[in-house]
Design a protein around this ligand. Structure first.
Ligand code: MG
Length: 396
């Protein structure tokens, strides 16, 4: 259902030694939470590798606190700083994008957790599944841009692809034990983002500061802005299509402003299973790493009386057209999801630099899709080239 599961990965009876984890993108919001979770369960999880693009100071602090065996830094200047700071520690420090991919293939890694933000996550993810290593995936671009290629390669090499995003983790949890039961529909819930209750006039005037206020989740800036535009939900629909092998018409989006129901699965008998919890990424991160086990997490529990009621509404597809753009781009296939994702990344960047309005984001993506070359990338390199070309085109 979610690619193929390596039997030994699923069979905890045979588990004798800790699972050795590589955390790519360890210095971001997801990465730091992942290190916290791994440190809670030394009997089952062992931090083997941490990797980041350029955040030298955080990487140095993480290496000293969590003692991985390998640290990878992509940018050279940051690498020199990290190397020097860790000279007295018992740790290997590698530099560059190629090293980031190479470590994914090392025998000392049982699971690669990719928390990389953006298209940079593509290559390491591909290399991971290419050698049959389980990939826990928090990086959205990998499946949005190259879902077909990644899942096909994962299947060929018997590499499980395990969801980390809260919605996909919820679906994954609902599907546990339902292996042979056909699914009628996936229902992905959405908070509705920071501007759910705004009028179109108000939406025209929102600022960067407004967009960075997510009602429920604490996340990085890119995904928070994507949540406000509903592009995040669009990307998640595409991810769900690949992760669970579901056609787009069987994937629904439902706005649930309390963000307690993280997503639902409807089966052929009409039964609906939901996964609930407080909005905290540490649970889906842990489940991805410890699956099929549930281990204690010493964090606050859901208090139903505190909520009083759960509410649901349809997403506003007119005000937030990014959601439908994602459905359309995914249905068109080929390079279109890649173009959409790249245009969105470029538009969000310009919005964060306060060069464009929030409502310009969907306009820019729409234009990029309408003027996109009709290409069907076949390799990771071709996807990366299309991504770069689209970003340049949008910036112009
Ligand atoms: Mg999500």
């Amino acid at each position: 259902m979610w690619g193929c599961q390596k039997q030994q990965f699923m069979n905890n009876n045979e588990e004798t030694k800790p699972r050795r984890i590589a955390v790519l993108g360890s210095t971001g919001s997801m990465g730091t939470q992942a290190l916290e979770v791994i440190a809670l369960h030394p009997e089952l999880l062992q931090l083997e590798i941490i990797a980041a693009n350029s955040s030298a100071d955080i990487l140095i602090q993480q290496a000293k606190q969590y003692h991985p065996n390998i640290v990878v830094v992509v940018q050279e200047e940051a690498y020199r700083k990290v190397k020097e700071a860790l000279a007295d520690e018992d740790v290997k420090v590698f530099c560059g994008e190629e090293s980031l991919c190479d470590v994914c293939e090392m025998d000392c890694v049982d699971i690669v957790l990719s928390c990389i933000v953006g298209i940079a996550g593509l290559k390491p993810a591909f290399r991971t599944v290419s050698c049959g290593t389980p990939l826990a995936i928090a990086n959205k671009e990998t499946l949005v841009v190259a879902g077909e290629l990644i899942m096909r390669t994962a299947k060929e090499h018997n590499a499980p692809v395990i969801p980390v995003d809260s919605e996909h983790s919820a679906i994954f949890q609902c599907l546990a034990g339902e292996h042979f039961n056909p699914v009628e529909k996936l229902i992905i819930t959405a908070s509705g983002g920071a501007f759910r209750t705004f009028t179109p006039e108000q939406l025209e005037k929102v600022t960067l500061k407004d967009a960075l206020k997510h009602p429920n989740w604490s996340m990085g800036p890119k995904v928070t802005i994507d949540s406000a535009s509903l592009m995040n939900k669009g990307l998640e629909v595409i991810e769900a299509k690949w992760l669970f092998g579901m056609p787009l018409e069987k994937i629904d989006v439902l706005v649930h402003p309390q963000s307690v129901i993280h997503s639902m699965v409807q089966f052929e008998d009409g039964s609906v299973k939901a996964q609930l919890g407080i909005p905290d990424m540490r649970l889906p991160i842990q489940y991805a790493l410890t699956f099929p086990l549930r281990l204690p997490l010493p964090y606050p529990r859901l208090d139903f009386t505190q909520y009083g009621q759960f509410t649901f509404e349809k997403p506003n597809r007119e005000m937030f057209p990014c959601l439908d753009m994602a459905y359309k781009a995914s249905a068109a296939g080929g390079g279109m999801p890649c173009v959409m994702n790249a245009a969105n990344e470029a538009a969000v960047k310009m919005f964060m630099e306060e060069k464009i309005k929030f409502t310009d984001i969907p306009r820019i993506i729409e234009h990029a899709l309408a003027t996109a070359p009709s290409v069907k990338p076949q390799t990771i390199e071709e996807y990366i080239a299309l991504d770069a070309e689209t970003k340049q085109r949008v910036m112009r």
